[in-house]
Design a protein around this ligand. Structure first.
Ligand code: ASP
Length: 334
């Protein structure tokens, strides 16, 4: 998909963080690790995009999801590694988990997302090791870990649904806050959480085939005004993720517009801007009728809501809330 792992700095020794993402082809990245790839793996590569992931589009997510599904279904494919920019790997990880996770699990195959924080020509480039680690994770014997969608960065593995980039420059930025395990020494409590999450999660949701539902994220803050919210409602936004303060509370100034949104049938999800912790139910007691994002960050809750709205359009027997609960509200484990 591109990203910093495929990026090049103009002056890598002096300023490695001044670079352009998505410059090298995947074939070139693979050549850099060729000698160290586990011998039994035969690699087939596909370049779907070569972008800075801050520019990720919904069309590209659809293309990626369909490609992953089609590839997983081929009997001779053991697993899939996706190289991706870290800026929006959180969205892609969640999207793939929600649309391809059950398929991967049923087939006992692993899909692994990885990337890098330094460009490919930086002296301390982390991409080659991350790529190798991801390939090794795919090649692990099936009895060591079930199939599913994972992310590998800085020597650790987590469920791709748990990703959230929490630092601008740390090597482990994308999984810094996620329940994870060192790759070489799988932590039994991480493995049991993985199995419990897989057991609790429902069927894969369909990948949107046409335009994705329009959902925006709004952050509540001191001095919030209702104008931005009102404009979005007037323009026909289908859903809003309210990244509230603390337990997901929103500014009083928004309440009138939000009550109108409820009447209009706009889908509302309450998340927290704090970056950690869980919200379930209406702890803030503002009477707003919205679904809580559980432990999902606002960007992941946004993908979840888009997929849920899309699924409810295709299957009228269930509501978007039913589909949202299927992928987003899973039990938490310590
Ligand atoms: N801007 C880059 C991207 O997301 C950052 C990275 O890959 O680390 O493509």
């Amino acid at each position: 998909m591109g990203g910093t792992i495929a990026g090049l700095a103009a002056n890598p020794d002096q300023s490695p963080s001044n670079y352009k993402a998505g410059e090298l082809e995947l074939e070139t990245l693979l050549k850099k690790v060729e000698g160290a790839i586990p011998g039994e793996l035969k690699l087939v590569s596909q370049q779907l995009a070569n972008i800075d992931s801050r520019d990720l589009s919904e069309d590209l997510l659809t293309l990626l999801g369909n490609t992953v599904k089609a590839s997983l279904s081929q009997p001779d494919v053991q697993g899939i590694v996706i190289t991706h920019g870290t800026d929006t790997v959180e969205e892609t990880g969640f999207f793939l988990s929600a649309t391809c996770g059950k398929l991967a699990e049923k087939l006992g195959k692993r899909v692994v997302v990885t990337g890098a924080m330094l460009p490919a020509n930086a002296p301390q480039a982390d991409g080659p090791l991350n790529l190798l680690d991801a390939l090794k994770w795919v090649a692990n014997p099936p009895e060591s870990c079930p199939g599913g969608v994972f992310a590998v960065f800085a020597g650790k593995v987590c469920l791709a649904r748990d990703l959230s980039k929490r630092h601008t420059s740390a090597f482990n930025a994308p999984l810094m806050d996620a329940p994870c395990s060192p790759l070489g020494l799988i932590n039994p409590s991480w493995l049991s959480r993985l199995k419990a999450v897989e057991a609790a999660s429902g069927e894969d949701l369909p990948i949107p085939t046409q335009q994705w539902p329009w959902v925006e994220i709004l952050t509540s803050h001191a001095g919030a005004r209702a104008q931005a919210l009102k404009s979005l409602l007037d323009l026909g936004v289908e859903g809003l993720i309210l990244a509230g303060t603390g337990f997901g509370g929103v500014h009083l100034a928004w309440m009138g517009a939000l009550n109108q949104a409820e009447v209009k049938g706009t889908a509302l999800v309450r998340a927290s801007r704090t970056g950690a912790g869980v919200i379930q139910g209406n702890f803030v007691g503002d009477g707003l009728n919205c679904v809580s994002s559980g432990s999902l960050s606002a960007p992941r809750a946004r993908i979840a809501l888009q997929l849920a709205l899309n699924a409810a359009k295709a299957d009228k027997s269930l509501t978007w809330q039913d589909f949202f609960a299927r992928i987003a509200v899973l039990p938490e484990f310590g």
